[in-house]
Design a binder for this molecule. Structure first.
Ligand code: GUN
Length: 295
C-alpha cells in the first residue's frame, strides 16, 4: 500500500460539524428542524441497509426523518398519492424514494411526481436539467460527494483528465456533468466509459482521476491504472450475502494491487458511501434554508 487513503468517513464527520450552525439557524427561524421523508418499498436488503443508514444520520445530527415503509406490492397510485401529500407538507423539506423500485412501478413517473424543490436526491428531470445548465438546484448525492471528497483533499479537477467508468443516471452521467461545469470542483476533461467501450484499459490508463462506478466487483485492476492516478471507487457490491447487514462489501476496484500503483484511493467501505450520506444531509438542510430565504 503506497497510495494515500481518501477517508470519506473522516470528511463526512467534519461536514456534520459544519451542519450544526446551519441546523440551528433553520430551527431558530422556524421553530422546527429540517424534515426528510424517506420512502422505502419492499425489503431489498441493500436498499434497507442504505435507508437505515440515512435515517440514523438524520437522528444523529438533528434532522427529523419521516419513515414511510411500504410493502413491495404497493400500487403505483398509492405511492403517487403519498408523494403528493409529502410535497404539500410544510414540515417536509426533502422527499426521497429509495431506488430501485419493485417491478411494476414506473420509476420515471414516480421521480417526476416529486416536487423539484424537495428533490434532495437530484433525480427529477428539472434538477437534471439544472445540473446540465449549471443552474442552482439539487445535485445528486454520490457525484456531489465525490467532488467534495476531491476538493477537501486538495485534488485539483481543473484540467485533469477524469475517466468515469459507468453511465448510470445516479452516478456516471451526473458526475460527468458536475466535473464539466465551470469553477471549483469542475473544469475537468471528462471521458465516460461503459460496457460497450471498445478498449476499456486503454481509456482508464489515460486517467489522472479514475472513477469506477460500473457495479462489477474488482473490475479495475492494477494494469488499468496509470501510476500516480487518483482512484475513486463507487462500487458497493455485496459478496457472499447471507443475511441483511452480514454481507461483505466489495468495491469495483481491486484494492490491494491498485493501491500499489495509485497516488490516492478511496476504501470500500468508508470512502464514497459516507460522502453520499453527508450530501443528502446537506441537500435537506439546503432545501429548508431555501424555503426560509436563508440560502
Ligand atoms: N439507490 C442507490 N443509490 C440511491 C440514491 O442515492 N438515492 C436513492 N433514492 N436511491 C438510491
Amino acid at each position: 500500500m503506497s497510495a494515500r487513503l481518501l477517508d470519506g468517513k473522516e470528511v463526512a464527520r467534519r461536514m456534520h460539524a459544519e451542519f450544526v450552525p446551519r441546523l440551528q439557524a433553520v430551527a431558530g427561524r422556524r421553530g422546527a428542524p429540517p424534515g426528510l421523508a424517506v420512502v422505502l418499498l419492499g425489503d431489498d436488503p441493500a436498499s434497507r441497509s442504505y435507508v437505515t443508514g440515512k435515517r440514523q444520520d438524520c437522528a444523529k445530527i438533528g434532522i427529523r426523518a419521516f419513515d414511510h415503509d411500504l410493502p413491495a406490492d404497493t400500487p403505483q397510485d398509492a405511492l403517487l398519492q403519498l408523494i403528493a401529500k409529502l410535497n404539500a407538507d410544510p414540515e417536509v423539506d426533502g422527499v426521497l424514494v429509495q431506488l430501485p423500485l419493485p417491478r411494476g412501478i414506473d420509476e420515471a413517473r414516480v421521480l417526476l411526481a416529486i416536487d423539484p424543490d424537495k428533490d434532495v436526491d437530484g433525480f427529477h428531470p428539472v434538477n437534471v436539467g439544472r445540473l446540465m445548465l449549471d443552474q442552482p438546484g439539487f445535485r445528486p448525492c454520490t457525484p456531489n460527494g465525490i467532488v467534495q471528497l476531491l476538493l477537501r483533499h486538495q485534488i485539483a479537477t481543473a484540467g485533469a483528465h477524469v475517466v468515469v467508468v459507468g453511465r448510470s443516471h445516479i452516478v456516471g452521467k451526473p458526475l460527468a456533468n458536475l466535473l464539466l461545469n465551470k469553477g471549483s470542483g469542475g473544469d475537468a476533461t471528462v471521458t465516460v466509459c461503459h460496457s460497450r467501450t471498445a478498449d476499456l484499459a486503454a481509456m482508464t490508463r489515460q486517467a489522472d482521476i479514475l472513477v469506477a462506478a460500473m457495479g462489477r466487483p474488482r473490475a479495475i485492476t492494477a494494469p488499468m491504472v496509470k501510476p500516480g492516478a487518483v482512484v475513486i471507487d463507487v462500487g458497493m457490491n455485496r459478496i457472499g450475502q447471507t443475511a441483511p447487514g452480514r454481507a461483505k462489501l466489495c468495491g469495483d476496484v481491486d484494492f490491494e494491487p491498485v493501491s500499489q500503483v495509485a497516488s490516492a484511493i478511496t476504501p470500500v467501505p468508508g470512502g464514497v458511501g459516507p460522502m453520499t450520506r453527508a450530501m443528502l444531509l446537506h441537500n435537506t438542510i439546503l432545501s429548508a434554508e431555501r424555503r426560509l430565504g436563508l440560502a
